[in-house]
Design a protein around this ligand. Structure first.
Ligand code: TXA
Ligand code: MG
Length: 340
């Protein structure tokens, strides 16, 4: 896995304009230099949207405290308003200003922050975060990202930033700046390019508001690592979104997915895992030829996007073991395969 530091060597991919002013809607992908980060912070202060890399996936950021900015973010993503956002903050101290951080949360924060763990905590009554961002719930999802670009942006902005994954609602999450541009085109003024994201899977969301801690979304921190601190966590529990099937279909490519494939049908592409892949696919991409789940997670979304662009009718996906990061990978694959 590439360390976050290596993400700084970003390339300018396209639309090589020099600044965000006066460019009617060109998607602007810029290497995440200190200068570009300062400009991004300015855009956020003005109520604008900025895409930026985190160690998990690219986020689409807005000023968490500004209702209008948050509304713009929901609109840009096409995200239902009942689905709350994660507030990104620079450290534990900043988390205390927006949420009630109990003893268990502190313990987890000290172990896993900065990093890909999102904690759902009681919202502070005087939390400055927009009620729209938390969908009117009395809880709030908080995370301290580890990626140097995300951290620099938080420092330059100086307040919480809400950031869902920078894809249109329901689509595959972006792990490169180019993926973000693919989804949003000219709709966002600045995409900070920090190279491919190291984990490639969203953060693990843990709910600490109930009687027992529960995983709401499997993610880049495997269950086993959390259970060392929390004991047995049981099956992942649905989040606040409980209406049947509402978000069952998610992370969805256009082509249908066929899971647990051990052979290849005509007109299929193959998303392979491990050695010994079946022959006959129109196109094959392997998540990890050596069967390494960390490597597989980092390639998942990019490979899904690439195969979705291939001239095929469907994508066959080989079985992925359910241990470690396999739980989160299989979660995303099942949602991608769910009927729309
Ligand atoms: O890795 C990540 O978490 C990325 C990067 C950009 O930080 N962000 C991300 O955000 O994946 P998003 O909006 O795509 O997913 C946030 C998840 C959703 O499943 C949402 O329902 C859940 O967190 N969530 C947010 N606030 C919540 C709350 N108060 N209670 C329960 N679940 C919540
Ligand atoms: Mg998302």
């Amino acid at each position: 896995m590439a360390g976050p530091a290596s993400c700084w060597g970003a390339r300018k991919i396209e639309h090589a304009a020099q600044d965000t002013q006066g460019r009617d809607g060109d998607p602007l992908i810029e290497p995440a230099t200190p200068d570009a980060i300062a400009r991004a912070a300015r855009l956020l202060r003005e109520g604008g949207l900025v895409a930026f890399p985190t160690e998990t996936v690219y986020g689409l950021g807005a000023d968490a405290a500004a209702d209008a900015a948050v509304a713009r973010l929901f609109a840009a993503k096409g995200r239902p308003h009942f689905n709350p956002l994660i507030a990104h903050v620079s450290d534990l101290h900043a988390a205390h200003r927006i949420a009630i951080v109990g003893a268990l949360a502190e313990t987890l924060a000290k172990r896993f922050w900065p990093g890909p763990l999102t904690l759902v905590l009681p919202r502070r009554a005087d939390s400055p975060v927009s009620l729209l961002a938390t969908a009117g719930l009395d809880s709030i999802a908080v995370r301290v990202p580890a990626h140097p670009v995300a951290r620099a942006l938080l420092a330059a902005f100086g307040g919480p930033i809400v950031a869902p994954s920078a894809n249109r609602s329901g689509q595959v999450s972006p792990t490169t700046a180019a993926h973000v541009a693919e989804d949003f085109g000219t709709d966002i003024p600045l995409i900070l390019d920090g190279g491919p994201t190291p984990h490639g899977l969203e953060s693990t969301v843990v709910d600490l508001t109930g009687e027992d801690p529960a995983i709401l979304r499997p993610g880049a921190i495997p269950r086993e690592a959390l259970e060392e601190w929390l004991g047995d966590l049981g099956a992942p529990r649905g989040g606040p979104i409980r209406s049947p099937g509402q978000l069952a279909s998610h992370y969805a490519p256009r082509r249908p997915l066929r899971l647990e494939a051990t052979d290849v049908h005509t007109h299929e592409a193959l998303l392979a895992f491990g050695p010994g892949t079946p022959a006959g696919a129109l196109r094959t991409l392997n998540l990890s030829p050596s069967g390494d789940l960390v490597e597989a997670a980092s390639h998942l979304f990019a490979h899904l996007r690439a195969l979705d662009h291939a001239p095929v009718r469907a994508i066959a996906v080989m079985p992925i073991p359910e241990r470690g990061l396999g739980e989160a990978i299989n979660d995303r694959l099942r949602r991608a395969a769910a009927p729309r």
